[in-house]
Design a protein around this ligand. Sequence first.
Ligand code: GOI
Length: 497
Amino acid sequence: MALTTLYVELLSFACLLAAIHGVNGRAVNQFPEDFLLGAATASYQIEGAWNEDGKGENIWDHMLHEHPEYGNNGENGDVACDSYHKYAEDVQALKDLGAKVYRFSISWSRILPTGDLDVINQAGIDYYNNLINLLLENGIEPMVTMYHWDLPQALQYLGGWPNPILADYFLEYARVLFDNFGDRVKWWLTFNEPYTFTRGYASSGSQAPSQNAPGIGDYLAAHTVIRAHGMVYRLYDEQYRPTQNGKISITLNCDWFEPYNDLEETLEAQERMFQFQLGLYANPIYVDGDYPAVVRERVDNNSRAEGRPRSRLPSFTEEEKRMINGSADFFGLNSYTTMLVISAALGHSPSMDLDCGVLRIINFTWPSSSAIWLKVVPWGFRNIVNWVSSRYPNYPIFIAENGYADTGELDDEGRISYYGQYLAELLKAINEDGANVIGYTAWSLLDNFEWNSGYSQKFGIYQVDFDSTERTRTPKASTSFLANIYRNMSVPEEYFQ
Ligand code: GOI
């Protein structure tokens, strides 16, 4: 063989290697060895038993009982998947899926029916102890969300999250969780998607508690939530980490925002959208203890123009900034889709929409799901993971939610295609772009109560028969598809072509 030929051969061999292997020498379709793959749920969406064994009323119970018209055909979470009684079947489903981690949430009012320490409901503690112990017996790590939107109604009577005292109540609740479960739970998330649930103080008819105070109540709620998160992180760090040695963070939601065109003002709008949705929370926690400059400036200016004596966006004290800055062990991210963004003066005055000044557009030419907001845009997932990885470096990322909605069929080709493509893009971000991602919990283990959409939108890897009192769980086609990925720790190569 001529030397030149050998050289060409070597060169093409090297190219082939580069195609198969990413930046870190692992095949691009392979997850890192210690990567945690699993599934997620939330208390109100699956447990049911809304008033059993001493559980107190929460804001979703309250809102949907008072206002069934805010739900889908009057549906609510009174029974849901009945996981309060059927948790052993959920654990079996996780085991069959080959999940290494189960992300679930604890219902605050099942543990503390009044939200305070005057009543501690032992039946509630027993329920979560049974679940946690069964998970561990089956080799599945519990990841606990402390708050997935189900505030004790008793605390809403105090005004809910806009009332700063809620941070103190949340701290005491967290202490009860660490005391009772922290010996076995090593993964904690304080809040799920504060951007989403603080909408409950901005408008009525969708998110509980349905309080109409746009541009004021939502910022006040966010402020309390960020303080509460920081306080709980410091509590864990100082009093529990030395003996319990777990990890604690928050999970924030952000989809990819694709600029509608390449005008400078559109690129600025894209940046603003990221900062008003993600930066509002991530900047204080992961950057410098304070709100992003663009958010501070725009809300302050608008507040002044409205003739107010103070900004609608509160300020942290220097002590609070120090407490909040760096209050996370990793970056929890929920992401589902991509939207187009363009600069626009929209929304009523006052409102966060008007402060932000960005129109989000659903691109109806992209492949759809059964949820109008959820378009299947796998490349956007790679983009948002890389955006988070570069803007908030030094923090490993845990994808706490990602999933697809359909109408519940067992032969769920759409879900298979979604997970195949999205996980392939996630692997490209990890293995080709160098993002440090440590885990992924698919939303959701089960078809469940999808908030305002009730039982009409199905996100489950397992089907649940809501017409049967048994709430029978049945694997879908996607169950074995994901089980293969979870077992092999790799995504089939066809999703990389
Ligand atoms: C998670 O939230 C959540 O943690 C889980 O509990 C949940 O089960 C899972 O997702 C699945 O949903 C038409 C701007 C009406 C404002 C079109 C742009 C309303 C409002 C399109 C775009 C749709 C995931 C409701 C995050 C709430 C669904 C946040 C996704 C809001 C719309 C919009 C629209 C818009 N969102 N959620 N929405």
